[in-house]
Design a binder for this molecule. Structure first.
Ligand code: ZN
Length: 384
C-alpha cells in the first residue's frame, strides 16, 4: 500500500510546477489537502491534490495539465500528513516545483493576476475584490473544488458555471516575465539559475531550471522580490523567447512543452536527449514501430519555430492544421521547415505536434487519471 501511494505521489509530482508557461491554474496546497469531504479520509492528504488536478484535466479536456501550487512553510512539518507525504512536499520545495512561503497571504491571487490563471479555491476573497477586479468581473476565474459524482467538480464563485477561465497576463506580469531574475540567497530553488552560471556552474544540480521557466517575482512596493526569501531580485537580462507546443495523439492533447531560444527539444518514441518529449506511452504498436526514438527536433530561431525531421521514416506537415490528405506535405528525414502559425507536424497518422493554442482536443475526452495507481481508499467517494 505504501508503495502504491508513493507511485501516485510520483505521478502527482509531474503535475506541479512554477513554470508560467505550463501552469494552468493556481492553488494553495495547504487548503486543497484539507478538503476532507472529497474522500472522507484523513484530515489532510496529499492525494486530494491529485483529485483536484484530475478534475482540472477533465474540465480542460486535456491530459497532463499542471498546476502552480503555493505552499505555507508550516506544511513541510504538518503532523496531519504522513512522514512520506512531508518528505515529498519537501522534495517539491527543494526542486522549485512548488512555491514555499512563510506567509502565503495573497500570493496565490498575485500569481493568478500576473499570469492570468484561474484560481482553484473555496476561499471567497471578499476583501481583495478591489485589488483584483477579475475576482468579480470574470466568472470562472475562481473555482471551488467540491465533491461530485465522479470525483471533484468545480463551482464558480461568481456567475455560476464550472469551467476554468484563463485571463490575460497582466501588463505588470508581462513586464516581469520579459526579464530573468536572480535571487541573492544561495541555492534559491525559484530564482537560482538566472545569474549566468559562474565558477560552480558545472556543479549545479541536473534539475537546474531554465530561466525561460522562472516563476513570476512577487512585487513588494513595486520591487521584484523573491517570494520565498523576501529579498530584492537582481535583473539578469532578457528572458529567452519561448513557444509552447502541444502533443496530440488520437485527437487528445496529451501534454504541452516549451521550446526556448536556448533549448531545442526532440520529440519521439523515447528520445535520448535531455528534456526530450517521450511519446511511446500513448502510441499503438504500429505507431511505435514507425516513430523513431528521436523523431522531430524543434528549435526557436528569431521567433520562428523550425521543425527538423531526425527520424528514419520521415514526417508530414499539415499546413494550417488541415486534416485533408491532399494538403499533407511530406517532411523527409533531415529536412527542416518553418512551422507556420497553425501548422502541425505529423509524425504518424494521428500523432501531431503544433502550437498549444492552435491544437484543440478533437475527440471525446477521457483523461488519464493521475490517480490511476491510487489505492481504493483514496478514491472512495464521500458518503451521502
Ligand atoms: Zn530566493
Amino acid at each position: 500500500m505504501r508503495f502504491e501511494i508513493s507511485k501516485v505521489l510520483d505521478a502527482i509530482e509531474g503535475r506541479v510546477c512554477t513554470d508560467p508557461l505550463l501552469a494552468r491554474a493556481v492553488l494553495d496546497l495547504a487548503e486543497v489537502i484539507r478538503y476532507q469531504d472529497l474522500d472522507g479520509g484523513r484530515p489532510a492528504s496529499l492525494l486530494r491534490l491529485g483529485m483536484v488536478i484530475d478534475a482540472l484535466s477533465r474540465e480542460l479536456e486535456e491530459d497532463s495539465v499542471q498546476v502552480y501550487a503555493v505552499v505555507h512553510r508550516a506544511l513541510l512539518s504538518d503532523a496531519d500528513l504522513t512522514s512520506n507525504e512531508r518528505m515529498v512536499v519537501r522534495r517539491w520545495a527543494d526542486d522549485g516545483l512548488v512555491e514555499v512561503l512563510d506567509n502565503p497571504g495573497d500570493r496565490m491571487l498575485e500569481v493568478a493576476d500576473l499570469l492570468g490563471l484561474p484560481v482553484l479555491s473555496r476561499v471567497r476573497f471578499d476583501g481583495l475584490r478591489g485589488r483584483f477586479p477579475w475576482l468579480v468581473e470574470q466568472p470562472g476565474r475562481v473555482l471551488a473544488p467540491v465533491p461530485g459524482a465522479g470525483g471533484p467538480v468545480f463551482i464558480a464563485h461568481v456567475g455560476g458555471g464550472h469551467s476554468p477561465v484563463a485571463g490575460k497576463r497582466s501588463q505588470t506580469g508581462a513586464k516581469l516575465l520579459a526579464r530573468q531574475w536572480h535571487c541573492p540567497e544561495s541555492g534559491c530553488a525559484l530564482f537560482g539559475s538566472g545569474g549566468g552560471g559562474g565558477a560552480f556552474a558545472d556543479l549545479a544540480p541536473a534539475a537546474e531550471r531554465s530561466p525561460a521557466g522562472q516563476p513570476p517575482p512577487a512585487l513588494r512596493n513595486g520591487v521584484p522580490t523573491c517570494p520565498r526569501h523576501g529579498v530584492r531580485l537582481g535583473d539578469a537580462g532578457p528572458r529567452p523567447r519561448t513557444e509552447v507546443l502541444a502533443v496530440r495523439v488520437g485527437g487528445l492533447v496529451r501534454r504541452r512543452f516549451v521550446v526556448s531560444e536556448e533549448q531545442p527539444v526532440v520529440a519521439g518514441r523515447a528520445p535520448e536527449q535531455d528534456g526530450g518529449i517521450m511519446l511511446g506511452q500513448w502510441l499503438n504498436d504500429e505507431a511505435r514501430r514507425w516513430i523513431s526514438r528521436g523523431h522531430v527536433r524543434f528549435e526557436l530561431r528569431v521567433g520562428e519555430v523550425i521543425v527538423t525531421d531526425v527520424s528514419t521514416n520521415g514526417s508530414g506537415i499539415r499546413p494550417g492544421g488541415s486534416m485533408a490528405e491532399s494538403d499533407r506535405v511530406p517532411l523527409a528525414p533531415q529536412q527542416s521547415r518553418v512551422l507556420g502559425e497553425n501548422d502541425m507536424v505529423e509524425l504518424y497518422p494521428g500523432v501531431q505536434i503544433g502550437r498549444a493554442e492552435e491544437l484543440p482536443t478533437g475527440a471525446p475526452f477521457t483523461p488519464t487519471s493521475v490517480m490511476a495507481e491510487a489505492p481504493t481508499m483514496a478514491m472512495r467517494l464521500p458518503r451521502p
